[in-house]
Every structure is written in C-alpha cells, then in structure tokens.
Design a protein around this ligand. Structure first.
Ligand code: ADP
Ligand code: MG
Length: 573
C-alpha cells in the first residue's frame, strides 16, 4: 500500500500539473474570496517561485493549518451543493496538493481581525506557524515546485514557455473579470496589468490591440446567452479561442466547432462568454475543471454559431457582372490606386510569361521585335509599344481579366497575379539592405503578443522586426519594409509572422508568402472590378524579367490559348 504522503503526491499531479495550474488554482481561490486586486509574481517561469497576493476576505489564523490539509474546503457542505456550484473552487484539493509538491508559505488576515497568521510547509509537512501583522488579504508563495518529484520537475518546459502559459491564463481571467485589477510580474518585470475598472471590450482591446478592429455580437437560444468578440487575422489558419461559462474558463470543443463551422474565414482571436443557469452545466468532469458538460449542447452550438454568422455577415460582396473595358480609357487613379507604384518594366519576348501555355509550339506570325530598353524613358516607350500590341478586352463576371496578346487569348487571375507580384516585391526588398524600417516611435506590444515575441526574438529579427526592451516591457521598434504592398498594420504583420513560427524553425519564404497573401487579400479580390489601367499595370509587371506566371502557392495566374489552339477548338485546323 502506498504511504499517505506518496498517495497525496500522486493525486496532486491531477491538480498541479505545471506552474500554470498552480497559478490557476491560486487565483481562483482569490476570486472566490471576493478580491478586487490580484497580483502575481513569477520567478523563472514558476520553477523557482510563484506568489499570488489578493485583497480578499482572508483565512483565519487557526484555519491555515486546515487549508493545507486534504479536503478542507469551506465552499461545499453537502452533496446538493455539488449540483449548483457557484464558486470556482469546490474540492478543497488545491492547497493540500500544492503543499504536497512544494515549499508553501501562506500569509493571511481577515478584515475582522487586527492581525493575521502565517504557515510554512514542505512537501505537505507543516514546518512552522505564527502570527503576523499584515493588511487584510492572502498571500500564497509556492517555492521549488516538484522539488520532491524530480521526474515531474524535469518535465517542465523552459521558463519562457511556462511563463507564456501563465500570461495567457492571466489574460483570459482578466477578460472574464474586467472589474478586477490583475498585475502580473515575471522576474520582477511587469508584464501585464488591468485597471479593474473597465468593461470587457476595453480589456480585450488593450489585450489584442486596436488593429484589426474587434467585432462583437450577442445572441442565444434556450437557456444559453452568448456574447462573442472577434478580431480577424486575415490569411492565417490560427484560431485563438478563450471561452467562459458563468465566469469559468473552459475548454469546450462544441464552441470551437461552432466557430469553425461557418464557411467564412474564422481565424484570429475569439472570446466567447456564455451565461446559463448553473444546472445547465456539469463541471465535475475533469480534475483540472476546464472541461464541462452541457445539458443542451445543441442549443449552445446553435447560439454560438448564430453569433458567429451575424459577425461575418458584413464580409460578403455582391458578384460582378460582365464589364467590357478594353477600349474605354479611364484616367489613372492618383491616390488610393493599388498599382500607382508600379513602374512599367521592359517587356520583351524573353521576359514574357513562359509557363502555362495551353498549347506549346505554336507559330506566331512575324512581328517587329520589341527593342531591349536601357534607360527608363526607353522602358516607358517599350511598354507603350507592348501596350499597343496587347489589348485588354475586359473583365469577366467571375473576375478574370481577358487580354488579346497578338492573337493569343490570355486569361489572368488578378488575385493570383497580384499575390505573385507582392511576393516578388517582398522577396526583392527583404533580400536587400532595406528589408527593415525603423519606426519613428516604438509601439508597445499588446499583452497578447508579449510572450510570443520574447520567445521568437531571433526569428522575428531575421524577417525584419526589431524590438526595444527598455523599461520592462517590449516595444516594436522596426518592422519589415513591405514597399509597394499596401500597408499591413504592424501588429497584424507581427501576428501573421508569429503564426508561421509556431512549429519551431522559421522559413523566411513562408513568412514572406504570408505577407504577400495578406497584402493581396487587403487589396485585390478576384471579384473586384479593375480599371483598364490597373489591368494593364498588372499585365506589365507580370511580364517582368523572371516573374513566374503562377501565384506563390503555385496556382496559375495566367492561362494562354494560342490562335492555333483556338482554331483547333473550333475545328478549323
Ligand atoms: P477549494 O478552493 O476547493 O475550497 P483550496 O484547497 O483551493 O480548496 O482552498 C482551501 C480553502 O482555503 C478554501 O475553501 C478557502 O476557505 C481557503 N482559501 C484558500 N485560498 C484563499 C484565499 N486566497 N482567500 C481566502 N480564503 C482562501
Ligand atoms: Mg481552490
């Protein structure tokens, strides 16, 4: 039979898995104690020490001993209570479990008493205890976590990785409890804090950053009331979700499924807030209490899905109808035009997009060769000559551009072409010495990005970002120079790059590709109407030296059909 202390240590593993689970248990106790201010100090990702201090109702001196003993909860007195749990903690397991696997120091005072008490334990054994002069509230210090379970200790991740989980946890709780002032410190540096006097949306704005704008919707079915916030992350597949039921943070596949069930892109940051009568949920499923069961999961799914759909409704654009444009000369758009920065490159037989010919080896009738230009005036002239030999016929209702290239039919996918051109521009600039541009004023990172950036400083540096780490927090001081690709807000660019770094080593091309796609999504959609100038500008740039006629993902941007193959189709040859 196992000795009781060993059994306790094993059981502790269910509640205390890693530093973040310690923090979770401690702040839940603080919340249950009615605190309005909770501060957390983490040293070395929690391996060395973790302190949670609150201004809650405190623990009586004589109860301190009980608090570290098994099943000493003050929150449940009967089995009926289990049915309608209103508090976050209810097992009386957290403090004893923690005590079993660390050196624990608790100091506490209730408001009714003029002095408080303290207790110290090691591996579950109370070592000393006494009285103390302190302000009302509780301070729990956990040192040397798993000092008596070396195998478990080895299992801990790097301090940065453990800290990242803790930051995420505190951020989520700060959203759940906007009226509580949280402060988080890592190795004495302040890393995140909330005022405790804001509404939930303001906390989210502070956490996620202002760009892109956060959208929200409310709804509900049956017994479920849902509020939802979404910050889209264009062109990434990463979905970051925080979900709460009656203030309890949960991992709930139903909610994730409801979000990704809509056809629109659902990537980005999500916060889902669910209110329901306590009897609708069964929280007693998992020791760490993040999994819950819903009595009417179908209603919940539909409620969340309704909200998601109403958020995404605004994205749909009416389809185009056919617009013949080839012969209409419109003035070049001066500002706001996507293509105003494009200089006409030389267009020669050699530089012509070679791939994706529908038919190879067709004989093109003799025609004057376009002179190889040397200076920009000549380039312009060359482009003019080319323009004369290429006729833009118009845009199909489906968005494709149709050109007549000296008798050949060329169909262009403007989205794919634009994506390719963005990618080429990014590749050019990033491979030059101008790959990075300093910001006039450093931008403090939104808290949701802090730990991710710290973890990937080097990789981010290799793609043009730089950071300023003075004054305790991390600020963005330089960003990649995406000349001619429109403007992607810096934090959006940063997030998308981080998404590419998830799996460890970073591939610069993959990051560029992501930017190219984002820049493109922001500017040209297949279904957007383009002016003939814009279409011609695309055509010219796609004809640039060495520009492949595929999008960077490898899909064709141009499809050619020679006069001969057209003739063959019409059975004329
Ligand atoms: P549970 O939260 O499941 O009741 P814990 O082991 O987490 O069990 O805590 C044991 C008891 O200690 C709680 O029921 C509560 O009475 C008391 N306690 C723990 N932390 C605090 C705190 N920060 N403020 C006030 N009381 C606390
Ligand atoms: Mg508890």
């Amino acid at each position: 039979m196992l000795a009781p202390d060993v059994a306790m240590r094993i059981a502790a593993g269910e509640v205390v898995e890693r530093p973040v689970s310690v923090v979770k248990e401690l702040i839940e106790n603080s919340l249950d104690a009615g605190s309005t201010k909770i501060s957390i100090w983490v040293v070395q990702g929690g391996r060395v020490s973790l302190v949670v201090e609150d201004n809650g109702r405190g623990i009586d001196g004589e109860d301190l001993f009980l608090a570290v003993k098994s099943h000493a909860t003050s929150k449940i007195s009967s089995i009926e209570d289990l049915e309608t749990i209103g508090t976050l903690g209810y097992r009386g397991e957290a403090l004893p479990s923690l005590a079993a696997v660390s050196r624990l120091d608790i100091r506490s005072r209730t408001a009714e008493r003029s002095s408080g008490g303290w207790i110290k334990s090691e591996g579950g054994e109370v070592r000393s205890q006494g009285d103390l002069n302190c302000k009302p509230g509780t301070r729990v210090q956990v040192e040397d976590l798993f000092f008596n379970l070396p195998a478990r200790r080895k299992f801990l991740k790097s301090p940065v990785a453990e800290m990242r989980r803790i930051s995420k946890l505190i951020q989520e709780y700060s959203v759940a409890y906007p009226d509580i002032a949280f402060s988080l410190f890592s190795d004495d540096r302040p890393v995140y804090s909330t005022l405790g006097s804001q509404d939930r949306e303001s906390v989210l704005r502070n956490l996620w950053g202002e760009e892109p704008a956060i959208r929200s919707s409310q709804g509900g079915r049956g017994n479920y009331k849902v509020s939802l916030w979404w910050q889209e992350a264009p062109r990434t597949s990463r979905v970051s979700l925080m979900a709460f039921v009656n203030g309890r943070r949960i991992d709930e596949p139903t909610i994730r499924a409801a979000i990704s069930s809509s056809e629109a892109n659902s990537s980005g940051n999500w916060a889902v807030w669910i209110e329901t009568p306590p009897e609708e949920v069964d929280v007693n499923v998992h020791p760490a209490k993040t999994e819950v069961l819903f009595r009417h999961g179908g209603d919940l799914f539909s409620s969340v899905r309704d909200c998601v759909l109403s958020l995404q409704e605004g994205d749909k654009k009416p389809p185009l109808s056919f617009k013949p444009q080839g012969f209409v000369k419109k003035p070049v758009q001066e500002s706001g035009s996507l293509f105003r920065r494009i200089e006409p490159p030389p267009f020669s037989e050699k530089g012509r997009p070679p791939e994706n010919r529908v038919s190879q080896g067709t004989t093109i009738k003799e025609r004057p060769l376009v002179p190889e230009p040397e200076v920009s005036v000549q380039e312009e002239r060359a482009a003019q000559v080319e323009e004369e030999s290429v006729n833009f016929l118009g845009q199909l209702g489906s968005g494709y551009l149709i050109f007549d290239d000296r008798g050949e039919l060329v169909i262009m996918d403007p989205h794919a072409a634009h994506e390719r051109l963005n990618f080429e521009r990014i590749r050019r600039t990033m491979s030059s010495s101008e790959g990075s541009q300093r910001l006039a004023i450093s931008m403090p990172l939104p808290p949701s990005l802090q730990s991710d950036c710290e973890e990937h400083l080097e990789e981010l540096g290799s793609v043009g970002f730089d950071f300023d780490r003075s004054g305790g927090t991390v600020s963005l001081s330089a960003i990649p120079n995406l000349i001619g690709c429109g403007s992607i807000p810096p934090f959006v660019m940063l997030r998308s790059s981080l998404a590419e770094m998830d799996g460890g080593r970073v591939c610069r091309e993959a990051v560029w590709l992501r930017w190219a796609t984002m820049a493109c999504k922001a500017s040209v959609k297949l279904t957007w109407a383009l002016s003939s100038q814009e279409a011609m500008a695309l055509w010219r740039e796609m004809g640039g030296e060495g520009v492949p006629s595929t999008c960077p993902h490898g899909r064709p941007a141009l499809i050619r059909m020679s006069a001969d193959s057209l003739a063959a189709k019409f059975e004329r040859s």
